[in-house]
Design a binder for this molecule. Sequence first.
Ligand SMILES: NC(=O)c1ccc[n+]([C@@H]2O[C@H](COP(=O)([O-])OP(=O)(O)OC[C@H]3O[C@@H](n4cnc5c(N)ncnc54)[C@H](OP(=O)(O)O)[C@@H]3O)[C@@H](O)[C@H]2O)c1
Length: 257
Amino acid sequence: MNVLITGASAGIGRELAYLHADQGHHLLLVGRNIEQLFETKHFVEQRGGSAIVLPYDIGQTVQIKALLRATEHTPVDVLINNAGFGLYGEFLETDLLREENMIDVNIRALTYLTKTFARRMKVQGSGRIIQIASTSSFHGGPFMSVYYATKAYVLSFSEALADELAPYNIQVTAVCPGATHTDFAATADLATSGLFKRPGIMDAKTTAQLSFTGYMKGKTLVIPGRSNAVYVFMTRLFSRRKLVQMTHQLQAPTQSF
Ligand SMILES: NC(=O)c1ccc[n+]([C@@H]2O[C@H](COP(=O)([O-])OP(=O)(O)OC[C@H]3O[C@@H](n4cnc5c(N)ncnc54)[C@H](OP(=O)(O)O)[C@@H]3O)[C@@H](O)[C@H]2O)c1
């Protein structure tokens, strides 16, 4: 089975690559950091899988097109749209270029890759598409407003596609992890937020394992971990306004570095 993972150079994507390697799968590892991609490949091979490194920046259309050309003759059975990042700070102050790039990676690239590989999977007769969304997908998030909005897109898009693509034997799963210790917090400038200072934050290995178990069962929605599942359930009990206020309290800058 051929499995393409974007963002396989670190964090949750790398751990998902290892879990597929345990099944003897062939991995197509996408990311920008070539050294780290080769490190993932090395451990994939140690665990009984095989891998190729595809060093592309999916924030750029020209590189998405190059990635699609490079995979033209490799039937991809599982597409995992994992690459993504956030940005923390007051919207009036944050860098628009970083937010544009976030929309390009979290939304634009994910949509582009999903359309192309879904078309290829239809011809192949089956396939599986895993979209890494977030518990942030369920409501607005002050101080990370663009990131939360990108993840709301991923969830909505995936739920619709799960329905549309089912007749073609293509399963679509939205995975919604909660806060997980990876490079995410550093990339998003989250040092002054209380978000990652709470107890009980998962490590990438656990998030990946719970995600993998869920999507291999063919579920449309996977929320890794009991506390995250309870959290998402609780979002149904509050008004959207109240959820935003609670998120404001949780994410407001603490000024403690
Ligand atoms: N950690 C959390 O708390 C959390 C919670 C919920 C959801 N998530 C989601 O989980 C996914 C994985 O994040 P993570 O926590 O594992 O963070 P991470 O450790 O920072 O990993 C992010 C991955 O995305 C790749 N990436 C970023 N921009 C890219 C680009 N332009 N082109 C190609 N690859 C790119 C990075 O690879 P390169 O740097 O090599 O390009 C890296 O492999 C993201 O979609 C994130 O939104 C994370």
